[in-house]
Design a binder for this molecule. Structure first.
Ligand SMILES: Cc1ncc(COP(=O)(O)O)c(C=O)c1O
Length: 367
């Protein structure tokens, strides 16, 4: 039988009774928007991250958009971010008419290189969006220090890192605003689209709550131009169940990652993930680097082992960002990693046997 890249069906089977009951409760109450499931989720998320405010919203993309809207990012403003990320990170900057200023990544962690940020700051810079890629936080202390020095806001794109720890604190609660995604395949995923925004700033929290509900400050009173960025109650119901099991799942993810690390350590042509000593990773992806990626992927696929590429093209080379005027060679590390990176099957429900099969297949290819 083919191996699943992420086994969401096994996860559903494991919590089926609880999830079905919670979803039925929403249906029976008919409180599909807002209500107690959302309130419970926001309380649990705030407790989990120790953030003063956790605000459920419609997706990770909308979380990032709402954060930028709350910070009043507008045309002419510049926002510094990494070109080695999912498009949503920079898409929301462009959506508001602002300009993404890319800064290359570190070769080992694949996160933005904090040493290169200051050189990219201009008088138009308003914010920095570090991405905690694959589930490992960027160098948030260094980034926050640069931001404080220049009067900038920091939005952590924590869409892949909910649950990760950084120097004893939780991802999502490491900067001005943290944004996460509950897309089904994320470490904490719902059954559709979903996301959340985190902050310790009361005024920003209040503003983001209004912005995600059409800028309303009272029923049919609109203080801002906002969006419909609400999470629905069925998604909250699913997340409330999954959050209870989340730490157990994280422990399994980390155990599986350690097993990959051990198994692939001696494998020629494979570079395993590098996680810095003062933080951990939730392994939203377990991504290795290989030289001849297409052949490796094809050989694994022939053995029933799926792989994926996160991400095959750095953002500065995407057609949609042509107006930014970047060219090949501008961010050499991002370009190099995007040619070599490959994600292996990863989920808390990946069986020991399946994982052994994956490791053996890679070893056979690169003995
Ligand atoms: C780094 C990053 N940013 C933003 C997003 C957007 O999240 P969503 O798909 O929930 O809109 C994702 C998820 O795909 C992501 O991985």
């Amino acid at each position: 039988m083919a191996i699943n890249f992420i086994d969401l069906q096994a996860q559903y089977r494991a919590y089926k009774e609880e999830i079905d009951r919670e979803i039925l409760e929403v249906c029976e109450s008919a409180q599909f928007i807002g209500g107690p499931k959302i309130a419970q989720l926001e309380k649990s998320l705030a407790e989990y991250t120790d953030a003063a405010h956790a605000i459920a919203c419609s997706s990770g993309t909308d979380a990032l958009l709402l954060a930028l809207m709350a910070l009043e990012i507008k045309p002419g403003d510049e926002v510094i971010t990494t070109p080695f990320t999912f498009i949503a990170t920079a898409e929301v900057i462009a959506f508001l008419g602002a300009k993404s200023v890319f800064v290359d990544i570190e070769e080992k962690s694949y996160n933005i290189d904090s040493h290169k940020i200051e050189a990219a700051i201009t008088e138009r810079t308003k914010a920095i969006i570090p991405v905690s890629l694959y589930g490992q936080c960027a160098d948030m202390d260094a980034i926050n220090a640069i931001a404080a020095k220049h009067g900038l806001s920091v939005i952590e794109d924590a869409c892949q890192s909910f649950g990760a720890s950084y120097k004893g604190k939780k991802s999502c609660n490491l900067s001005t605003i943290g944004c996460t995604s509950f897309f089904p395949s994320k470490p904490l995923g719902c059954y559709g689209d979903g996301g959340a925004i985190f902050t310790n700033d009361d005024a920003l929290a209040q503003k983001m709550r209004m912005l995600l509900n059409h800028g309303q400050n009272a029923r049919y009173k609109h203080r801002y131009i906002g969006i419909n960025g609400r999470l629905d109650a069925i998604q909250a119901a699913v997340l409330n169940v999954k959050l209870k099991h989340f730490d157990d799942e994280l422990a399994l993810r980390q155990k599986i990652a350690a097993r990959y690390d051990d198994g692939l350590f001696t494998c020629n042509n494979v570079t395993t993930p590098y996680v810095k000593a003062d933080r951990d990773s939730v392994y939203a992806q377990y991504s290795i680097r290989v030289q001849d990626r297409d052949n490796v992927a094809a050989a694994l696929s022939a053995r029933g082992i799926p792989t994926a590429v996160h991400y095959p093209m750095a953002l500065h080379l995407q057609e949609a960002f042509a107006p930014l005027g970047y060219k090949a060679g501008d961010f050499p590390i991002s370009e190099k990693i995007s040619e070599e990176i490959m994600s292996l099957p990863m989920s808390p429900f990946l069986s020991h046997e399946d994982q052994e099969q994956i490791i053996a297949a890679l070893k056979a290819l690169h003995a």
